[in-house]
Design a binder for this molecule. Sequence first.
Ligand SMILES: *Cc1c(COP(=O)(O)O)cnc(C)c1O
Length: 348
Amino acid sequence: MTEKIIDLRSDTVTKPSAAMRRAMAEADVGDDVFMEDPTVNRLQRRAAEIFGRQAGLFVPSGSMGNLVCIMAQTQPGQEVICDAAGHIYSYEMAAMSALAGVLPRVVNTANGIMPWEQISRAIRPRAYYRAQTALVSLENTHNMAGGTVYPTRLAHSICDHAHDAGLKVHLDGARIFNAAVHLGQDVVEITRKFDSVQFCLSKGLGAPVGSMIVGSSALIDRCRSIRKMLGGGMRQAGVIAAAGLLALENGPARLHVDHENARVLADGLAGIAGIRVDPATVQTNIVIYDIRETKLKSSQFLEKICRRNVLGVALDAERVRMVTHLDVDRSDVENAIGAIDEVLRLGA
Ligand SMILES: *Cc1c(COP(=O)(O)O)cnc(C)c1O
């Protein structure tokens, strides 16, 4: 057992590195509502460049990024097609209904991946007396399905079909760089057909705060106004953008380590009696496993492993999620597996 707390609850728990803290302290700043913060401007230009888009916008959170993109591309009374386990539907405070005034039209999937046939059945008929579908939103990687990745050809064909049907397509790409690493493809290639893309700096990339939106200049101009309306206009935001820049430049290159560690974790868990997980389904940095056969509820299980300094989250009474990230290394993962094994074998 280690003294270190092995925090596998989420890749959001990563703390800024010494280099990030230095860059934050030394950041050139200005008033970003006047669009005069040089560091924010640099971050936005770099994000746009990396994604091959005209413009980027720094937002305080992924939730705000998704909401801003929805509001920019819908009108109240319209519908957004998304999957039932998706973050925008299940984990964003019903913001699209409460604030954008749109109705989520959900599709159930086994693995977070929506085939076009399913999406097309959810499109409302063109009739003046029916709410109209405006937007389709995909999530890549898919958080609650266990970090699953959209095959690029499928994502492209969904965008093509949706555009033919007159719909916009948003990508909740909170962990898009994890998808890129898994696919061995550039983010430009895997996101180029989406009208709007949101990705998080504050997860596996390691920044303390913030997300980015990228898209056309016209879209980003609209998004900037909506961000202000929602109270997301920040002033000397260069102090956090400085960390975001380092995350964006240096974060993607080490995500493969998180993926290897997630596979080691899944392999280790698969060998423990009472735990069910198929390591072959682990594509990125998220491992979801079933503990039903231990006869423990997730909350009881988590309490026991917490006493051994290992943290995870409960998805429901029988399923636990663990996420690898830059603040846990291979030996932490091995220690976590050892602690879980001991808890289940010794019952303590
Ligand atoms: C984390 C996450 C977000 C955004 O979360 P915030 O906490 O608002 O930054 C959006 N979508 C997915 C899939 C996520 O995992």
